[in-house]
Design a protein around this ligand. Structure first.
Ligand SMILES: *[C@@H]1O[C@H](CO)[C@@H](O)[C@H](O)[C@H]1NC(C)=O
Ligand SMILES: *[C@@H]1O[C@H](CO)[C@@H](O)[C@H](O)[C@H]1NC(C)=O
Ligand SMILES: *[C@@H]1O[C@H](CO)[C@@H](O)[C@H](O)[C@H]1NC(C)=O
Ligand SMILES: *[C@@H]1O[C@H](CO)[C@@H](O)[C@H](O)[C@H]1NC(C)=O
Ligand SMILES: *[C@@H]1O[C@H](CO)[C@@H](O)[C@H](O)[C@H]1NC(C)=O
Ligand SMILES: *[C@@H]1O[C@H](CO)[C@@H](O)[C@H](O)[C@H]1NC(C)=O
Ligand SMILES: *[C@@H]1O[C@H](CO)[C@@H](O)[C@H](O)[C@H]1NC(C)=O
Ligand SMILES: *[C@@H]1O[C@H](CO)[C@@H](O)[C@H](O)[C@H]1NC(C)=O
Ligand SMILES: *[C@@H]1O[C@H](CO)[C@@H](O)[C@H](O)[C@H]1NC(C)=O
Ligand SMILES: *[C@@H]1O[C@H](CO)[C@@H](O)[C@H](O)[C@H]1NC(C)=O
Ligand SMILES: *[C@@H]1O[C@H](CO)[C@@H](O)[C@H](O)[C@H]1NC(C)=O
Length: 509
């Protein structure tokens, strides 16, 4: 179907109570299916359809704005899917569904299948099960005819916003897949507001696919317009230059918090193999045996090597910035030993355990920002109860911590902190680069890590993005020591050794 460029007016409305006059608006868009057959007046199909429509006005099970109803028996069984925008409460949702379904039936007399989108909800019905089916039609794009004055900046800002929101909505869990947010148009004081939502019968992958189609459609139909809705059977995208949604959505139930599981050391293959009892193996063992006996704490970073070319082994190792010397050495010894065991004969390998990172290779890695694999993302299966707020808080926190870590100087590039994340929750995070990274390369590494985080674990209650020269982690519980081993004060004191012995109370390996 072509994009019907229905225009619509912009008006502000109070969302606290929806009256029919507010609903009976220019936002109603429908499509009657010509290919699914017709029913006749007073047939069992019509009775079943009326049963469903009459239930919409009185739904008592809110189900976060989603319903999957059916009525009757085959061949007259009617199936339906309905979805309210993620910020609707139950009363407004019921009103919208009743209105939209009633109108839809009137606009499509006799059609067994039809779809309607109104401002606050989407209703579909058909003579087949629609649940979980990702579909391409019907679809449409409706927009405000006015264009932004600064098209390129507007388009660019919007592209970034919808990319972020689509990942967030897709990660939203089985109850609700909705994200709303705004961004300031680059170089202006204008703000653009957007919502993206999938019916929650879509899994993360299908939701992401649907929203990506929607993004492509908006780019071709309305990327410079001052307002637009891309309407699809399984997802909806909308943006405006006024705040058209409620900032606070009905909270989702909190999942029981669960501890994040540690990934076991992971290995990567890059530079060929060594043979048993070769000079390379001897040199590697020399390095590994140094870990438990290191005497120089060096603020948890080690740049070691052993042997001579062509059998020289290079290694770099990093402990989380809050570890004491004892904990750091024991983590490095454990991780390096496991790594060698899990990657027998690999000349190059890398492992991240909960508290430290160990790499070795047959080349000098010092100071190199590596953008190639290996990298890894490990997350807690639990989803945040209020993804929108959680993600906003997380995003702000990570930006702040990254800037701080990157500016951390040549001894340690580490930052930890937390922020309130709504529903009395907090998000706690640590970010760290190996200190051989310059401030600029540390920033680049953490930017990559944040991009990966958006793809792999937005909406989760905990996650670690693991890269060769930086690591980022967040959780909904305090997992780090709030006091890190102090760095020396700028004018170096001549005698004190920076190796405090105090016991810490962090998680064990
Ligand atoms: C359904 O009704 C429409 C309009 O009356 C008609 O054009 C169409 O051919 C009918 N479809 C079927 C399958 O009977
Ligand atoms: C959705 O509705 C269909 C049709 O009644 C039913 O077969 C299916 O089990 C429902 N799915 C869920 C998850 O409720
Ligand atoms: C449902 O919508 C119809 C049509 O707009 C209206 O006449 C009816 O009063 C509504 N029912 C309820 C319970 O609100
Ligand atoms: C309804 O959707 C179908 C399938 O996408 C499309 O072929 C048809 O043109 C649409 N009808 C209207 C009136 O837009
Ligand atoms: C907005 O831009 C489009 C595409 O450049 C153009 O066709 C349209 O006429 C513009 N609308 C207005 C109201 O200027
Ligand atoms: C908006 O940006 C997208 C993605 O960069 C691009 O494909 C599209 O052509 C742009 N639209 C306009 C009107 O510049
Ligand atoms: C969290 O959300 C993802 C993506 O929607 C889903 O696959 C996963 O099952 C959810 N986890 C839990 C514990 O609900
Ligand atoms: C200690 O850290 C400094 C700064 O990061 C680094 O240059 C040096 O090689 C490290 N020393 C050891 C033994 O790893
Ligand atoms: C890091 O280790 C490599 C290999 O031994 C060495 O060439 C380099 O000088 C070291 N860099 C620093 C700053 O210690
Ligand atoms: C180093 O780790 C290995 C394997 O976990 C263990 O057997 C050994 O005792 C550790 N060495 C020290 C000194 O802790
Ligand atoms: C940043 O990393 C790149 C790639 O490893 C390296 O070539 C460059 O020298 C680094 N930049 C600085 C300022 O160290």
């Amino acid at each position: 179907m072509g994009s019907s460029s229905t225009t619509f007016l912009l008006f502000l409305l109070s969302l606290t109570t929806l009256t029919l006059s507010q609903l009976k608006d220019v936002y109603f868009v429908h499509n009657c299916s010509d290919t699914s057959g017709n029913y006749t007046a007073n047939s069992p199909y019509e009775t079943n359809l009326n049963t469903i429509i009459s239930r919409f006005a009185t739904l008592t099970d809110f189900n976060y704005g989603f319903s999957n109803l059916s009525a009757g028996e085959s061949p007259d069984k009617v199936y339906s899917i309905a979805l309210c925008r993620g910020d609707m409460n139950q009363a407004d949702c019921n009103t919208c569904l009743n209105y939209t379904a009633t109108e839809l039936k009137q606009f499509c007399p006799g059609n067994k299948a039809a779809t309607a989108w109104s401002q606050f909800c989407l209703v579909r019905y058909a003579n087949r099960d629609l649940y979980g089916q990702l579909e391409n039609d019907p679809r449409t794009c409706v927009f405000n005819p006015m264009n932004a004055s600064n098209r390129d900046q507007f388009n660019q800002t919007l592209n970034e916003l919808v990319n972020e929101l689509s990942a967030e909505a897709a990660a939203g869990g089985p109850l609700r897949k909705y994200a709303a947010g705004n961004a300031m148009v680059i170089g202006s004081s204008q703000t653009v507001y957007a919502t993206m939502q999938c019916t929650p019968d879509m899994d993360q992958q299908n939701c992401f696919t649907c929203l990506n189609f929607a993004i492509k459609e908006y780019q071709s139909c309305c990327s410079t317009r001052l307002g637009c809705r891309v309407l699809r059977p399984n997802c909806v995208l909308r943006f405006e230059t006024n705040q058209f949604y409620n900032q606070i959505a009905a909270p989702l139930p909190s999942p029981p918090p669960s501890p994040t599981t540690s990934p076991s050391p992971t290995a990567s293959d890059t530079n060929g193999n060594y043979t048993p009892n070769s000079a390379y193996q001897t040199n590697l063992n020399t390095i590994i045996s140094q870990f438990p006996t290191l005497t120089d704490f060096n603020y948890s970073f080690f740049n070691l090597s052993a042997g001579e070319s062509p059998d020289k082994v290079y290694s770099s190792a990093l402990c989380r910035g809050d570890l004491t010397q004892d904990r750091c050495y024991s983590c490095l010894n454990y991780t390096a030993t496991e790594l060698e065991r899990l990657c027998p004969w690999n000349k190059a390998a890398i492992a991240w355990s909960e508290l430290c990172l160990v790499r070795y290779a047959n080349r000098d890695m010092y100071g190199l920002l590596e953008d190639l694999p290996p990298r890894n993302c490990a997350f807690n299966e639990q989803n945040a109860s209020n993804p929108a707020q959680f993600n906003q808080a997380l995003n702000d926190l990570l930006n702040e911590l990254s800037a701080k870590a990157a500016a951390g100087g040549p001894l340690r590039k580490y930052a930890a902190g937390y922020a309130p994340a709504g529903n009395l929750e907090r998000v706690y995070a640590t970010v760290q680069c190996t200190p051989d990274m310059t401030q600029e390369n540390c920033t680049t590494c953490l930017d990559f890590a944040m991009r990966e985080l958006r793809l792999c674990c937005l909406g989760r209650m905990g996650c670690r993005v693991l890269r060769p020269t930086c690591v980022l982690r967040f959780e909904s519980n305090l997992f780090y020591n709030e006091i890190a081993v102090p760095l020396p004060s700028p004018p170096p004191s001549p005698t004190t050794s920076p190796t405090p012995k105090g016991k810490t109370s962090i998680l064990s390996l």
